[in-house]
Design a protein around this ligand. Structure first.
Ligand SMILES: Cc1cc2nc3c(=O)[nH]c(=O)nc-3n(C[C@H](O)[C@H](O)[C@H](O)COP(=O)(O)O)c2cc1C
Length: 166
């Protein structure tokens, strides 16, 4: 069993979650940021992490997925600034699945990751009422995500996903 963990991260949250998964599992494994990956060939499963950007996968994320995941067995690992019960979150996650449509998606883990101060300020100034509302909520929300509970769930997800393949 050979497993790859790879990620796109802008502020470190997704990297933290992927690293927790990587540390947990005891098989032959590699961990690399996306820009160091040429191919997902040769792994039994690839854990692919990225953040939600503007209500879905970013154009760069879509492009990377389109280029790399066809025919591969993958688990998606997604972080987002909004709380888990945010109404449109399931739609954003579906867009992520859709962006990896050529792959065999064996699991999807998602958790919250702090929005950067820079992003919150940008949203406040965006003039878009929905973004302003989310930014205000984010300003008042507790910080520290991904928290210990999310990282524990991430470890369990990775282990369970691997166990299902063995
Ligand atoms: C440009 C940009 C757009 C974002 N858009 C959203 C969004 O639409 N919904 C959301 O829940 N979080 C959004 N976020 C927050 C990130 O998804 C969240 O903070 C994530 O954990 C960042 O992961 P990273 O630190 O690995 O980059 C956005 C972040 C950035 C930088």
């Amino acid at each position: 069993m050979k497993v790859l963990f790879t990620y796109r991260t802008l502020t470190g949250n997704t990297k933290k979650v992927i690293e927790a998964m990587y540390d947990e599992i005891q098989v032959e494994k590699e961990i690399k940021p996306w820009n160091e990956i040429e191919s997902l060939e040769g792994y039994n499963i690839n854990f692919i992490g990225f953040p939600i950007e503007a209500m879905g996968p970013s154009p760069q994320t879509k492009e990377w997925l389109a280029e790399h995941v066809d025919g591969k067995r993958i688990a998606l690992v997604i972080t987002h600034g909004s709380p888990d019960d945010t109404q449109p979150l399931q739609e954003w996650l579906q867009k992520c699945r859709d962006a990896a449509v050529g792959a065999e998606i064996v699991g999807l883990f998602h958790c919250r990751g702090d929005m950067s101060e820079q992003l919150i300020d940008g949203m406040l100034q965006s003039g878009n009422p929905q973004f302003v509302e989310w930014a205000k909520q984010a300003k008042e929300a507790p910080r520290g995500f991904p928290d210990a509970s999310a990282l524990n769930k991430a470890r369990t997800f990775a282990q369970d996903t691997i166990n299902q393949l063995s």
